[in-house]
Write a protein that binds this ligand. Structure first.
Ligand SMILES: Cc1ncc(C[n+]2csc(CCOP(=O)(O)OP(=O)(O)O)c2C)c(N)n1
Ligand SMILES: [Mg+2]
Length: 733
């Protein structure tokens, strides 16, 4: 006869206890155990395959399973949005990613849905599940998650903005929103030290955004313990005063406690009360990654104590204790999962690797080509306004006019940046107490008044956030046209601009993209602009595949190129030279609301037969001045080429001109060494060597920052006199 101490027999589903646990039925608890065990099993399988050199990197979710399965149970795949961390395997399984899909990523298979074998394993991505392509930098996910949440809110308030139009990016950008979706973003304890974590907490708090932050605190960031990362060793204490948040701190190795905490947090966020921050204490029993050996920095005692908290045996004990599964049931379940994972690994290993000719696929949009003739439209100049000359709109006027036209045409456009709004305190505008600012250079003047404070608004002084929010919005289908106030201050956003914005499409194998425009005031020649208001540096961005780089020299080009930038399907860095904003040179009448110039098409400013000058930006008018003087004095005719866009650039026009003149100067305002000119000069030397009658010359700034005193500024930046001398000596060569 069975005693009271005997464990119950393997329960058939029908025999399961009727009791629920934090609202979870026994079948759900078995499913949770299944997912946790499956997650660990895939890690173990990957480790085995790594030892056999059939996978090439491994980082595990071990120890994080309970917290992450709980997150997966409370959130909705394909409905909520996910910006996961690399330890989120169990979340992804709970959302519906399969073992095979994960293992395809590990072995580098073409059909890996995470990245098409472009990223390391555990860099999660799934279009159908709304898991937004994850990258390796710890911390870039936060500000993008904010933009994603803002986009959801925007579409639910302006549902008509989701409409598509033929012939621009929106035709290919589906928009899905529900009004109560949550954006989930997770982090390790270490990554909370990144500045963008704090920027995103501020933004979520200030705007009461529906974001669920999950901190997976395993007390280590590789070998650095939490007390070194986090003053006092507990992140919950530090964030506790952010307004509008729901906070919870929980044992993340306890399934039911994690589930209860995350459920409550998700309910708060879904109801629109604001963001939530859940801090789960977890363990990391498998070292940081397979490349790390934690015995080098953790004591034996500490590691042993940690193992006592392992969520998998702990939850197994719970299921046994509650009579939900018996030992036989557990063994059966585990064996089944072992077999499934092994079979999934075999299938993954048998699937083909990507073909080597695919490497350049999806660097840029494959559906909209901004160099195509679709973007070549004729200007339609209206009648000059009464009492005014026809050609007198400045570059500033025509950029503003383009923004206005496009905002009218496309409700998906939002504009933000530092000081870009007319006035953040709307009541002052409503009561007509103030006129409004509209940008430090007034380029966005009047747009907030015309289109509303939800479409044109000031951003906090945080450049990484400006770019990161735009990326998140672009991913969801908005078209952010954002501003960096001065190129000199673009650098806090560099991680977003180098490792995120340009590469989201490529690294996700075209599952995600973030078409957007980043307008940046650039350049010197300001008299007193000094080091921090005069910088150029465009070659840093042309050296980053995936980002289009545009640099107009006059009002008409700025108008037409900005329209192309806004309507195309790629991220565009739109560089606006401050000195040219209101210059007399290059003014133009308004060309109408459909005027566009394709990328990669240079403008021949003046034709010539003796010498070619290739340049762009503020060096265009300076070169023209020098060329006109040279022709007056010597009769030498210079062909002057304004590239207008730097990536792509118009090689055909350069080559045709060099074949004609056999002499060439590449000139730019940025420093000489490692600059854009070096690339063009090298290509000319390589491909047009036989056409040259003289060495390729460069004219550029000295290799130093711009100084304040006007005499120093003049000598540092290339002047018409320098251009004249270079042209003269090259013509005489
Ligand atoms: C910006 C950046 N710096 C450094 C690294 C290298 N790195 C990868 S993971 C990691 C530690 C992260 O620790 P934590 O956030 O606590 O996550 P855990 O690995 O402990 O889950 C570091 C330094 C990186 N990927 N990105
Ligand atoms: Mg950690």
């Amino acid at each position: 006869m069975a005693t009271m101490k005997t464990r119950p027999k393997a329960a058939a589903v029908a025999d399961l206890p009727a009791k629920t646990y934090e609202g979870l039925a026994p079948e759900q608890l078995i499913q949770i155990y299944r997912l946790m065990y499956q997650s660990r099993c895939i890690d173990d399988r990957e480790i085995l395959l790594k030892r056999q050199q059939r996978v090439f990197f491994q980082i595990s979710a071990a120890g994080h399973e309970a917290l992450l399965v709980a997150a997966g149970m409370v959130l909705k795949p394909g409905y909520d949005w996910f910006y996961p961390y690399y330890r989120d395997r169990t979340l992804c399984l709970a959302l519906g990613m399969t073992s095979e899909e994960m293992l395809m990523s590990a072995v580098g298979a073409a059909d890996d849905p995470n990245s098409g074998a472009r990223q390391m394993p555990s860099h999660w991505g799934s279009k159908k599940l709304n898991i937004v392509t994850q990258s390796s930098p710890t911390g870039t996910q936060f500000v993008q998650a904010i933009g994603c949440a803002e986009a959801g809110r925007y579409f639910s308030r302006r549902p008509q903005a989701a409409q598509k139009r033929q012939g621009d990016y929106s035709e290919f950008k589906d928009v899905v929103f529900h009004g109560d979706e949550i954006t989930y973003v997770s982090t390790g304890d270490g990554a909370t030290s990144e500045g963008e974590f704090w920027e995103s907490m501020s933004a979520a708090s200030a705007k009461k955004l529906p974001v669920l932050f999950l901190c997976e605190d395993n007390e280590y960031a590789i070998s650095v313990p939490v007390e070194v990362q986090t003053p006092g060793g507990n992140i919950s204490k530090l964030v506790a005063n952010f307004p509008n948040f729901h906070f919870a701190e929980v044992d993340g190795c306890d399934v039911l406690a994690s589930y209860a905490a995350l459920k409550e947090a998700a309910e708060y966020v879904r109801a629109g009360h604001g963001p939530a921050f859940v801090h789960g204490h977890v363990i990391r029993p498998y070292s940081h990654s397979l490349s790390d050996d934690e015995k080098l920095y953790r004591s034996e005692e500490e590691r042993k104590a940690e193992l006592q908290r392992d969520p998998i045996p702990r939850f197994q004990m719970f299921l046994l204790r509650e009579g939900i599964l018996d030992e036989e049931g557990i063994t059966r379940l585990e064996k089944q999962i072992d077999r499934e994972v092994q079979e999934a690994a075999d299938r993954a290993l048998a699937t083909p690797a990507p073909t080597v000719d695919s490497v350049m696929n999806y660097v840029y949009s494959d559906v909209i080509d901004p160099t195509s003739s679709v973007f070549a439209t004729e200007p339609k100049f209206g009648k000059p306004e009464r009492g005014k000359l026809g050609g007198e709109k400045t570059m500033a006027d025509l950029i503003n006019a383009c923004l206005r036209d496009e905002m009218k045409r496309d409700e998906r456009i939002v504009i933000f940046g530092e000081d870009v709004a007319d006035c953040s305190r709307d009541q002052y505008l409503e009561q007509k107490l103030v006129k409004g600012k509209g940008g430090v250079f007034k380029l966005t003047g009047g747009l907030q008044c015309d289109f509303g404070s939800d479409r044109v608004f000031n951003a906090p002084l945080a450049e990484a956030s400006i770019v990161g929010h735009a990326i998140g919005m672009g991913t969801r289908g908005l078209k952010p046209v954002v501003e960096i106030q001065f190129f000199d201050y673009i650098w806090p956003a560099m991680m977003q601009l180098r490792d995120e914005m340009p590469i989201i499409r490529w690294r996700s194998n075209n599952a995600f993209s973030c078409p957007m425009v980043l307008r940046v005031a650039i350049g010197g020649y300001l008299t007193g602009g000094s080091i921090y208001h005069s910088q150029s540096g465009e070659s840093i961005f042309t050296h980053t595949p995936g980002a289009r780089v545009v640099f107009p020299s006059n009002a008409l080009d700025a108008n037409g190129l900005l329209r192309t930038a806004i309507r195309c399907d790629d991220p565009v860095l739109f560089l606006e030279h401050k000195r040219l904003y209101r210059e007399t040179y290059g003014r133009s009448p308004y060309p109408g609301p459909e005027y566009m110039i394709p990328f990669g098409k240079a403008r021949i400013v003046q034709e010539g037969s003796d010498l070619t000058v290739v340049t762009y930006g503020a060096v265009v008018p300076r070169s023209l001045q020098a060329a006109q003087r040279l022709e007056r004095e010597t009769g030498v005719k210079v062909e002057l080429i304004d590239l207008r866009t730097l990536n792509p650039y118009d090689w055909d026009t350069i080559a045709t001109s060099v074949r004609k003149t056999n002499r060439v100067i590449v000139a730019h305002e940025d420093m000489l060494s490692w600059g854009f000119g070096a690339e063009i000069a090298a290509r000319i030397a390589d491909e047009l060597f036989d056409e040259l009658d003289a060495p390729v010359k460069r004219v550029a700034a000295k290799d130093v920052f711009v100084a304040y005193a006007p005499v120093l500024e003049d000598v540092i930046l290339p002047q018409p006199e320098d251009l004249y001398q270079a042209m003269k000596s090259l013509a005489e060569y």
